[in-house]
Design a protein around this ligand. Structure first.
Ligand code: HEC
Ligand code: HEC
Ligand code: HEC
Ligand code: HEC
Length: 106
């Protein structure tokens, strides 16, 4: 997740009147990390890598996370259970063979 410092690179000057940006600036002044709330978290016994899905399979973020850019607050658009993973793999030419339990459970 991006650091507060990265956000403040722009928000020292952009939208400084906004309550949300003032909240952000508060974290910066107190030198605190942003307490991000996770929306999606797989159980620890599941292996998932963004890199292969985003760069190799070329899937858009929206495909799994919905239209986050237009959400006032991020919320899950799918239930990220095992059936969801397997369903997509089955339909993809490069992933149809990825059914072995040990691919996702190591
Ligand atoms: C490259 C510059 C840039 C960076 C980096 C950046 N932002 Fe922004 N942000 C913008 C711009 C431009 C807007 C739109 C401002 C507007 O509509 O007036 C915006 C808008 C916002 C808004 C909506 C403000 C409002 O009330 O309308 C929030 C909240 C926000 N940013 C949070 C963040 C956070 C958190 C980070 C770091 C994770 C971040 N931004 C990083 C440029 C940036
Ligand atoms: C193939 C589906 C898929 C795609 C495509 C995808 N993600 Fe994810 N994303 C996931 C899953 C699954 C998790 C939960 C991972 C975990 O808990 O280990 C996740 C978690 C995250 C999280 C952690 C925070 C949270 O609450 O969800 C962020 C941030 C995130 N993804 C951003 C992105 C971005 C940005 C892109 C595009 C560059 C992207 N993702 C593309 C499936 C996907
Ligand atoms: C929207 C489609 C889609 C969804 C949803 C999806 N995957 Fe995939 N996944 C792919 C594709 C396509 C590949 C093959 C990429 C390649 O190698 O060309 C892949 C490859 C993989 C691989 C093998 C590559 C590696 O990282 O080692 C694993 C493991 C994997 N996915 C796990 C998961 C898990 C776990 C989930 C659910 C939480 C999931 N995937 C959901 C499309 C998807
Ligand atoms: C493409 C990835 C993938 C493959 C392949 C896969 N799983 Fe899973 N599995 C998952 C995910 C993701 C979860 C977590 C689901 C959730 O949190 O609802 C899960 C959860 C589970 C659970 C726990 C269920 C529960 O109720 O807590 C078991 C047991 C399981 N898998 C067994 C298997 C077996 C056996 C195989 C092989 C036949 C397999 N899995 C293949 C992704 C996969």
């Amino acid at each position: 997740m991006p650091s507060v410092e990265k956000c403040m690179g722009c928000h020292k000057t952009i939208a400084t009147g906004s309550p949300a940006i003032q909240q952000l600036a508060g974290y910066w002044e107190r030198q605190e990390p942003i307490p991000w709330v996770r929306v999606n978290r797989l159980p620890r016994f599941v292996y998932f890598s963004h890199q292969v899905h985003v760069t190799v399979a070329n899937l858009d973020c929206e495909r799994c996370h919905g239209d986050v850019g237009h959400m006032a607050e991020a919320y899950p658009v799918v239930t990220m259970n095992m059936g969801w993973c397997l369903n997509c793999h089955e339909k993809q030419p490069n992933a149809a063979q990825l059914k072995d339990c040990v691919i996702c459970h190591q």
